[in-house]
Ligand binder design. Structure first.
Ligand code: ADP
Ligand code: MG
Length: 337
């Protein structure tokens, strides 16, 4: 059945060979027999860590097949996303490349499921096996939708997509309990006028020991991209606070973001730029037990100093007690009364 796997040209064929090993070919063969696949019709992408192929099922549904690379080099990069998370505590075979790469497919599948359950636009996962994942193809007439980085956008469209992106980040963190950990214009598709999240094999649970660092990085990438497109973006810290503030919910989110976006459109002064640079470097404890010197911080807070982690752990600005409303909304409501 090898000839059914038609490739566009020789160059595709060369890169195909090292991911389509004999086990994967057997698996594909079974999928043909079951009618899950009727044809594989060329390569959508050959990346550093995976190849993605275009396929159709017996009843003409379009499918994307992602096949992960099994080379040693790619595991080294991936290990830090697997370790440190309870979902994969049972995995003792991280030194075994073939087993490790299986986890990669399983992880992406389970993360896509979580996105689906959280109501976030992402390819619907179909099945996984070995180091291969089948999912819904995003595109039209066999053409894959462009990455956000390649989409041609007006300024007003960019503004809308920025808001979509940060709401997705909020939902991912708060409803799916996930941090993407490689979010950027390269792993977001522009599909039917909206953004769609892809490439979640490395996404980690909120409880992963590096989740907060990954989240800050994601915030930084998204901010940089939309800044380049002349969108008045929130400061990095404001975005980070929005995502992690436990007092924000789907009811008060719109009001909260409307205020934030108003502020975002005003000019950034040099002092703010310095604060951004500091925020990028700052150590952010995830739990109170990780705060190095609680008493010192409480005193700082009482004297009016803003602590980076107060929102994240759900405390009021003076660390006095748990907050119930986002700070900016509480201030606004006070003013109105
Ligand atoms: P990696 O970056 O690890 O190679 P991705 O999951 O980002 O893997 O996929 C690589 C590329 O393949 C994407 O940038 C996108 O262009 C394309 N792609 C991935 N999944 C789909 C899909 N479900 N539908 C259409 N195109 C896809
Ligand atoms: Mg990618």
């Amino acid at each position: 059945d090898k000839d059914r796997i038609r490739m566009k040209d020789k160059s595709d064929h060369a890169t195909t060979e090292n991911v389509l090993d004999s086990r994967i070919k057997k698996k594909l063969h079974k999928l043909f027999e079951r009618g899950v696949l009727a044809e594989i019709n060329g390569c959508i992408s050959t990346g550093k860590e995976a190849n993605v192929y275009y396929a159709k099922s017996k009843n003409q549904d379009e499918i994307a097949i992602k096949i992960y690379r099994t080379s040693i080099l790619t595991f080294k990069n991936r290990e830090k996303y697997i370790r440190g998370e309870y979902r994969f505590d049972h995995v003792y075979s991280l030194h075994n490349p073939r087993k490790m790469v299986k986890i990669w497919a399983e992880k992406e599948f389970s993360n896509l499921k979580r996105l689906e359950q959280g109501g976030i636009r992402a390819p619907r996962p179909l099945l996984y096996g070995g180091h291969m994942l089948l999912m819904e193809f995003l595109g039209s007439d066999g053409w894959a939708s462009p990455k956000l980085k390649d989409a041609i956008l007006t300024e007003s469209k960019s503004r809308m997509l920025y808001r979509e992106c940060i709401e997705i980040m909020w939902k991912m963190y708060n409803k799916c309990r996930l941090v993407h950990a490689d979010l950027s214009e390269y792993n977001i598709l522009y599909h039917n006028g909206s953004v769609v999240v892809i490439d979640v094999s490395q996404a980690v649970d909120r409880d992963h020991c590096n989740a907060i660092e990954f989240l800050r990085n994601d915030c930084s990438n998204i901010t940089a991209f939309f800044k380049k497109h002349n969108v008045g973006v929130m400061s990095l810290q404001a975005l980070f606070d929005f995502i992690t503030d436990p007092t924000i919910n789907e009811k008060n989110m719109d009001e909260y973001l409307d205020i934030q976006m108003q502020e975002a459109n005003e000019e950034i002064d040099p002092q703010q730029q310095i604060e951004e640079a500091v925020f990028k470097q700052a150590y952010i404890p995830q739990r109170l037990t990780q705060v190095v010197n609680v008493e010192r911080d409480i005193n700082l807070a009482k004297s009016g100093k803003d602590l980076i982690y107060k929102t994240l752990i759900g405390l009021k600005a003076d660390l006095s007690k748990p907050a119930e409303t986002p700070e900016i909304l509480a201030n606004k409501h006070k003013k109105n009364n």
